[in-house]
Design a protein around this ligand. Structure first.
Ligand code: NAD
Ligand code: ZN
Length: 347
């Protein structure tokens, strides 16, 4: 094995450097992974441009990247289900396994969670990374390393659709046609939703959503809430959505979700925007519109692998760009252009 462990290390705002770091040693229940592909997420770029997301502040150098696939290159003494050479996807959030959340399967809520590239935990945009064996998932032969990296944001969508209880024949409104919005569109469709309508401010993103199977797309730019609401209901044949999946974090979009969801329906808040937002709360109370939070995911990697490997969910239509680890900075700049759904870095 070479000693090369080039890594993308964020030192602070606008200060992302490629540096050599020591190749880590796996513990007894860990594996060393030769990283193959890392997808860039909006949060990686946010830490680079702003240095913080809410309470998570970059105070010391941190390796970025958390949407990761690779090949097992060394296993710890107690690892049972993996062997050297296995192709895997890495679920980035480790949890304590002991608290009530962990024990009841909602380990995404674990207060001890250690998630790749959420300060102060290092991420995986490196040649090599170690990871707990139970958060590594073997990739079936028919899935690529890019599929493996995409399992992370796809898991966000699977968790959101589960939280929203998206079911057969449901009318679904997805707000926002970024990576998370379009993955929610694909997930809702793959689990049998009826019509899915999607909104955005950008025609390019909406035309991709249309190609990916949206029944209707609505550009909300410059339109009043009433006009947007009327367009959504008209696109759904005069009916309101059962479930709204909010993937923008923008106030007008959250308000649209609350006022447009049918009485007794559900809104899932995926988008993270301002800390405080004014919303029509009485509308939610008196029409029993449930507003549900969603944070990352739990128990979604196996489902994502099953959906992809069986062909029930097809990611081949996502627009992509590719960079080498050495060109990480260019890749981050490209991600800011938002002209493709996913920018990948090959390590
Ligand atoms: P993105 O910024 O690429 O996409 C957001 C899209 O929303 C953009 O295309 C933008 O044009 C559109 N938009 C903005 N304002 C709008 C409005 N008023 N109406 C309609 N569309 C509007 O982000 P992404 O990577 O797709 O992620 C979406 C959101 O989900 C982000 O806020 C992100 O932080 C959040 N997120 C949350 C979790 C979680 O665990 N809850 C996980 C991943 C991402
Ligand atoms: Zn825990």
């Amino acid at each position: 094995m070479s000693e090369d462990n080039l890594s993308a290390v964020l030192h602070g705002v606008d200060d992302l450097r490629l540096e050599q770091v020591p190749i880590p040693k796996p513990g007894p229940k860990q594996v060393l992974v030769r990283v193959h592909t890392v997808g860039i997420c909006g949060s990686d770029v946010h830490f680079w441009t702003r240095g913080a997301i809410g309470p998570f502040i970059v105070k010391e150098p941190m390796i970025v990247g958390h949407e990761t696939s690779g090949v097992v290159s060394e296993i710890g003494s107690e690892v049972q289900h993996l062997k050297v050479g296995d192709r895997i996807a890495m679920e980035p959030g480790l949890s304590c396994k002991l608290c009530e959340h962990c024990k009841t399967g909602r380990y995404n809520l674990c207060p001890e969670s250690r998630f790749f590239a959420t300060p102060p935990i290092n991420g995986a945009l490196s040649r090599y990374v170690v990871h707990d064996d139970d958060f590594c998932f073997k990739l079936p032969d028919n899935l690529s390393f890019e599929d493996g990296a995409l399992i992370e944001p796809l898991s966000v969508a699977i968790h959101a659709c589960r939280r929203g209880n998206v079911r057969m024949g449901h009318r679904v409104l997805v707000l926002g046609a970024g990576p998370i919005g379009v993955l929610n569109l694909l997930t809702a469709k793959s689990v049998g939703a009826g019509k899915v309508v999607i909104t955005d401010l950008d025609d390019g993103r909406l035309s991709l959503a249309k190609k990916l199977g949206a029944d209707a797309t609505i550009n909300v730019k410059g339109k009043s809430l009433e006009a947007v609401r009327a367009e959504i209901i008209s696109a759904l044949g005069g009916q309101q959505p059962h479930v709204c999946v909010e993937c923008t974090g923008a106030q007008p979009s959250i308000e649209t979700a609350i006022t447009t969801t049918k009485s007794g329906g559900v809104i899932v808040l995926v988008g993270l925007g301002a800390d405080r937002v004014e919303i029509p709360i009485i509308e939610s109370a008196t029409r029993e519109v449930d507003i549900r939070g969603t944070f990352r995911y739990a128990n979604c990697y196996p489902t994502a692998i099953e959906l992809l490997s069986s062909g029930k969910l097809d990611l081949s239509g996502l627009t992509r760009a590719h960079y080498k680890l050495e060109d990480t900075l260019e890749a981050f700049k490209r991600n800011q252009k938002a002209d493709v759904i996913k920018v990948f870095i090959q390590c």
